[in-house]
Design a protein around this ligand. Structure first.
Ligand code: PEP
Ligand code: MG
Length: 762
């Protein structure tokens, strides 16, 4: 049995040689699909390595008498076996064969096409597990994948690291639990040229919006496709008639940013030059060629396909294909296009999707908030949490400033109200009483009332995905108590974040003012009333409540808010736990409210501290909690937000101090790591939670937390993005919190990634 199998020698029956991933690539290659070239280091090579280097007795000995339920031991054993594999030299002949194939890959490409990158070719090295021991259930664990690998030595190392990933603690655990023989599970490794995508996107061979079977839908952006999945860039949209092979419609979107690979192989978010932003990404020939490939794949697999593609130097590559499972064909046409007559008067970022027509009310100061009547389109420079009652009356919201994680965006998503942010000129362009149509999903505002079918504002609670069970818990973010029932109807496993600020803002009085006036009891009741509604709707599912995190500029309109200090940069000013420890009465009151609810039977509430940078902040907060009569971590879940780089660096000490959980506040973590003000629309395209620095911090924190048995979660906006969810699953996060409208999608993504890991592993 040979050590290397090229894609041309593989097909869908090659599972035992090339694993699931490799077999599928072979199948596509032989169908004539332009898959990026590559080969598999066969599963038999892995076995040969283990046998020849006499690793079986050593591994077996390490696994001997392992109690898989003993987490620390499991971790130790997993680390030791992985270390053993990684430090064992790959036999020379074997390494040479891998290197030769790699060089061949580079040479072949140099002669024939565009995929050449300097002297060596960049490749992706991925584990591809064989299906010999497919378990009946549960989640197998992580599988190593290395992107942008280059150079002979690195390739061999990456292949060996993939082999080692067969022994992650989680993989060991599941084999133990399912009684699989560790030494009879093999792994193949795919080595495939990385496409340096100048353009990329996705293609559905049915129209998922209308369920039309005769339409192929192509979405395209500049650079890598990740930004489409994350909803960060609006892609061009092309619809092709599958049978007639002609283009039915072309919609060009403004593409502000793109993800590109730099010289050292890192993905970098770059601003698209202004003159290209509104240019059509694909030409007619490319659109039709893609559609042809899509149809061919659909015919071959006998099912509609969801395809990922990329273009490098005008050459199309098919990167992945999978069956679309949710398709239901409709016999009746469902109109979904906007009437041609619509004149676009404003553009912005989609903060909360949906379509709405109504009269404009421009709000320039808090005094003007009362003019917003039910159903008006609220237009303002930027919303603040004290505007929530007016926002709840509004049918849609448009702001001049802000990005995806500004408060207008967060709140409107939760309310399910269409919202556009960062339009720059809405308060100048729009006037009171004027009727407009906001098509938030498309990022535009039309003059007058324009009929848009299909995407009417959602009034129906999202359907709970009860049929999907994920190993990772999927929670929801909930700040507005009135939305508790809708949030609970998503079937979420709990609430990963309640921001107290909205409950407070609705009371109209600043917490510091309650204290100044000696009305702390009233404050306790405000907090209790709001939380009770949420905790009851979810009981017994856990609800993590964050202590108040009030920036000095956002609550000026509350009674007493004018006494807040004027800070040059409130984002990094006196808020979160640092402020609560200065104003302990406020913290104590919030803890008292939670204690009362706890003793009244709502034991599902947990506590989360915002904006922590030091261990002593946690210690001091714990003292206050003990003073009110609750023992942190034992009587009640007690955790912190991870939203400052500082806390990532001292996670060991934090864990030693003792907490039940951490939750990544990626809105602030990204802002502080990248030095990007999250509310500044001018640099919004640079705000990137998937930046390697942010991901590095997250990975590091999860690793440390695992060591100490501290649960990990996310409650920043990025938790609603499939790319982030996928990353977190690979890191082994315990739960993910998403916005109400994203719970279902994230649950499906998580299920798919978990399943994929499971299948690849075996
Ligand atoms: C965060 O920073 O990610 C977070 C969830 O908190 P907020 O958006 O309220 O700052
Ligand atoms: Mg925050």
């Amino acid at each position: 049995m040979s050590r290397i199998a090229w894609f041309k020698d593989l097909n869908r029956n090659s599972l035992s040689i090339a694993g699931g991933k490799g077999a599928n690539l072979g199948e596509m290659f032989n169908l004539g699909m332009p898959v990026p070239p590559g080969f598999c280091v066969t599963a038999q090579t892995y076995k040969e390595f283990i046998d020849q280097m006499e690793l079986t007795p050593k591994i077996t000995q390490l696994l001997n008498n392992l109690d898989p339920e003993n987490n620390d031991r499991l971790q130790q054993v997993g680390d030791k076996i992985q270390q053993l594999i990684i430090s064992t030299p790959v036999p020379e002949e074997m390494a040479e064969e891998i290197v030769e194939s790699y060089e061949l890959l580079g040479m072949e490409r140099k002669n024939t096409d565009s995929l050449v990158h300097g002297n060596d070719v960049f490749v992706a090295v991925r584990s591809s597990a064989t299906a010999e021991d497919l378990p009946t259930a549960s989640f197998a664990g992580q599988q190593a994948t290395f992107l942008n690998v280059k150079g002979k030595e690195n390739i061999v190392k990456a292949v060996r690291a993939c082999w080692a990933s067969l022994f992650t603690p989680r993989a060991i655990y599941y084999r133990e639990r399912n009684k699989f023989d560790h030494m009879k599970v093999f792994i193949s490794v795919v080595v495939q040229v990385m496409v340096n995508a100048q353009k990329s996107g996705i293609m559905f061979t049915v129209n998922p919006a209308t369920n039309h079977a005769h339409e192929i839908v192509i979405e395209a952006v500049y650079g890598l496709g990740e930004l489409i999945v994350g909803g960060e860039v609006n892609p061009d949209l092309y619809i092709v008639d599958k049978n007639k092979r002609d283009i039915k419609s072309i919609e060009i979107k403004k593409k502000i940013a793109g993800l590109f690979r730099n010289e050292i192989g890192m993905n970098e978010k770059q601003t698209i030059p202004t003159e290209m932003q509104e240019r059509q990404v694909l030409d007619q020939k490319q659109i039709l060629e893609l559609a042809r490939l899509g149809k061919k794949l659909e015919d071959h697999y006998g099912l509609p396909q969801d395809i990922e593609w990329a273009i490098e130097q005008n050459q199309i590559f098919i990167v992945q294909t999978r069956a679309v499972t949710t398709f239901k064909e409709h016999t009746q046409d469902r109109v979904q296009s906007v009437e041609e007559a619509g004149k676009i008067i404003l553009k912005g970022e989609t903060a909360s999707a949906g379509v709405y027509s109504g009269p404009v009310k421009v709000v320039r100061s808090p005094a003007e908030l009362s003019k917003v009547q039910k159903g008006d389109v609220l237009v303002t420079r930027m919303t603040t949490p004290d505007m929530v009652p007016a926002m709840q009356r509004a049918g849609a919201i448009i702001t001049d400033e802000g990005g995806m994680t500004c408060h207008a965006a967060i709140v409107s998503r939760e309310m399910g109200t269409p919202c556009l942010v960062g339009t720059e000129h809405a308060t100048e362009v729009l006037h009171d009483g004027e009727i407009v149509t906001i098509h938030a999903s498309r990022g535009v505002v039309y003059e007058g009332k324009v009929t848009v079918h299909q995407e009417e504002k959602k009034e129906v609670p999202p359907v709970a995905g009860e049929d999907i069970i994920t190993a990772t818990e999927i929670k929801v973010i909930l700040d507005i108590p009135e939305r508790a029932a809708v949030a609970a109807a998503t079937g979420a496993d709990g609430v990963g974040l309640v921001r107290l600020e909205i409950i407070i803002a609705k009371s109209g009085i600043h917490p510091a003012e309650y204290v100044r006036q000696g009305k702390t009891e009233e404050y306790i009741n405000v907090v209790k009333d709001g939380l009770q509604e949420i905790a009851k709707a979810f009981s017994p599912r856990p609800v993590w409540v964050r202590c108040s995190d009030m920036r000095s500029d956002e609550y000026r309109n509350l009674v007493g808010g004018d006494q807040e200090p004027h800070e040059t940069d409130p984002m990094i000013g006196w808020h979160g736990i640092r402020r609560l420890l200065d104003d302990k009465e406020i913290l104590r009151a919030e803890f008292q409210a939670i204690r009362d609810l706890h003793y009244e039977g709502l034991k599902n509430i947990g506590i989360m501290l915002p904006f922590v940078i030091r261990v002593d902040e946690i210690r001091k907060a714990k003292e206050v909690l003990r003073e009110v009569g609750l023992e942190p971590c034992t009587a009640i879940d007690f955790g912190i937000m991870v939203e400052t780089p500082a806390i990532c660096w001292i996670m060991e000490d934090v864990c030693k101090e003792g907490i039940s959980f951490v939750s990544f506040g990626t809105n602030d973590l990204t802002q502080l790591t990248l030095g990007i003000d999250r509310n500044n629309e001018h640099i919004a395209p640079l705000f990137d939670e998937m930046h390697p620095a942010v991901l590095g911090e997250i990975a590091k924190v999860i690793k440390v937390c695992k060591k100490y048995g501290v649960k990990t979660s996310i409650c920043g906006q990025a938790g609603s993005k499939p790319v982030m969810a996928e990353f977190l699953i690979h890191q082994g996060v315990d739960s993910i919190s998403a916005n109400i409208d994203a719970v279902d999608t994230i649950r499906r993504v998580v299920a798919r990634v978990e399943r994929k890991l499971l299948l690849e592993k075996r």
